[in-house]
Design a protein around this ligand. Sequence first.
Ligand code: ADP
Length: 627
Amino acid sequence: MTQATERHEFQAEVKQLLDLMVHSLYSDRDIFLRELISNASDALDKRRFEQLTSPELADGAELQIKLAIDREARTLSIIDNGVGMSRDEVVRNIGTIARSGTKEFIAQLTANKKDAPGLIGQFGVGFYSAFMVSEDITLVTRRLGTETATRWHSTGDGTYTIDEDTRAEPGTTVTVKLKAADPEHGLHDYTAETVVSGIVKRYSDFVAYPIRLVKEGDDQTPINSMKAIWDRPKSEVTEDEYKEFYRHVSHDWTDPLRTIPVRMEGTFEAYALLYIPSKAPFDLYSPEMKRGLQLYVKRVFVMDESKELLPTHLRFVRGVVDAHDLSLNVSREILQKDRQIALIRKQLVKKVLGSLEEMKRDHADEYATFWEAFGPVLKEGLANWDSTDKDKILELVVATSTKERDKLVSLADYVGRMKEGQDAIYFLAGASKEAVARSPLLERFAAQGVEVLLFADPIDELWLENAPTFQGKQLTSIARGDVTLGTDEERKQEEEKLAEKREALGDLLLQLRAALQEEVKEVRLSTRLTSSPSCLVADDKDMTPRMQRMMAQMGHAVPSAKPILEINGNHPLVAKLQAVQAASKDDPRIGWAAQVLFGQAQLADGAELTAPTRYNEAVGELMLRAV
Ligand code: ADP
């Protein structure tokens, strides 16, 4: 039964995307061909795979991609004999974008047209990129194992048509009716063989199937080399070839920071080619990020995004693994339990961490780039209870510090120059680099010349909460509990001075505490401050205020632990308040001062005021009296 022509509307997101393709994206239009070839190659992979389980589907034809040019009609056809699509699959795959997050992607594209080619590849909207170069597109496809074909046609204007058609063999032909060439605007003449084969060499050289230009009556040699770069010895591969392959697997147009070839020979045979990118993809923190490595078995593509090959905290690593002894029928479920995969994963982790170690040791600038892009992801390995490489990752942690504000300091650097008698690695974690760098909590440490590491990534408080130790020294937050610095003798003297002050200021502290009933757990004298009048700290066992906010944002029920307000007993303001109190206990200025001291401490913490109205009132009243 022949079905009539059907006209369909594109999904709203697709329409928007097409509009962008047709009207806004002009740079690097060449990549449309790479996208279509990559789709063809995927379809061939799938066919090869289906034939393994259903050999009756094999027809003996060589799996290949052909490119046919018709100069008169100004068309370019990309022809594959891959798995093809059924009518339903065409509607589903070509009419809609299945992945959620499309809106966000389109927003990114609109905002950042310059990065469009990279974004397009990452997001996998490849097919639509052909509308950058064409007036209309026809796709004829026949699903492997079926007899009839489907014709899809669109001018990119919001609708497409679907018809029944015929095709001699299974596979897909995409015919692109080209716009007039306009080289000045990146629109090359894709009816020129040299242009087409140049693009193939540049982008699709490693595609595992021959790509041939169709010419009358003669059997063409493939344009692409098809070399599986990962199992060639390192000495035989040039830097450029490695980079090109990186582009191929990652769709990232910037050079990788590191290329890591791995050979595993012995009880099992496997090869890997891993890359550490130099910049973070836009979806690094999205659960839908395309992550994981490509898995091959003896050069046959098995699956994409194999997440089992690396832990999540190394999800930025791109590349391929070719495991020779694995079954081609391996499924994701099997991968999760496979012993050999576990061994491969262990090796890969070791290699990646080793490479980072080397980068950190010998190439500080590169490491800073790496850390900027992926440090927070790597540190997830310290926060996850089940990761096994914590010690190694701790070695890789770097942070700014109060000693060297514009250099990254490692824990080993820190320990190496700790003061005599110091038995902890002091750190401050906070909302932003600026907030931690300017925190009043640092004052005393600065005065005593004790270095403090500064952390400002959201993940930091999570892993630091576990109070890890490094070389026997505990990482200790300066925002919590008591801090005691200096020699035993110095500490004793300080304790005595503090006791005296406490005695003298006892009434004032009580009254401040009474004014802040709801806000704080305690008001006490500080040993941390030298110039600021107040700061907030957490009790020894409590979460820091920021940690509490973070947990609450993540939807956890947080036992609300009020902070402790610490007052600088040596601050002139405190002496004045004491005098005010001595004159009259009922002076309202004491209550206002309490609100301001508390509010300032919150602001210095990078937090929002919990009682902005009271704070404003207090500041207003005090100003009124000061002006
Ligand atoms: P992506 O390739 O990233 O999934 P595309 O928009 O390029 O995104 O393609 C959408 C889908 O259409 C593909 O996932 C595939 O299922 C199907 N498709 C595209 N081209 C072909 C082809 N030549 N043969 C078979 N299926 C194809």
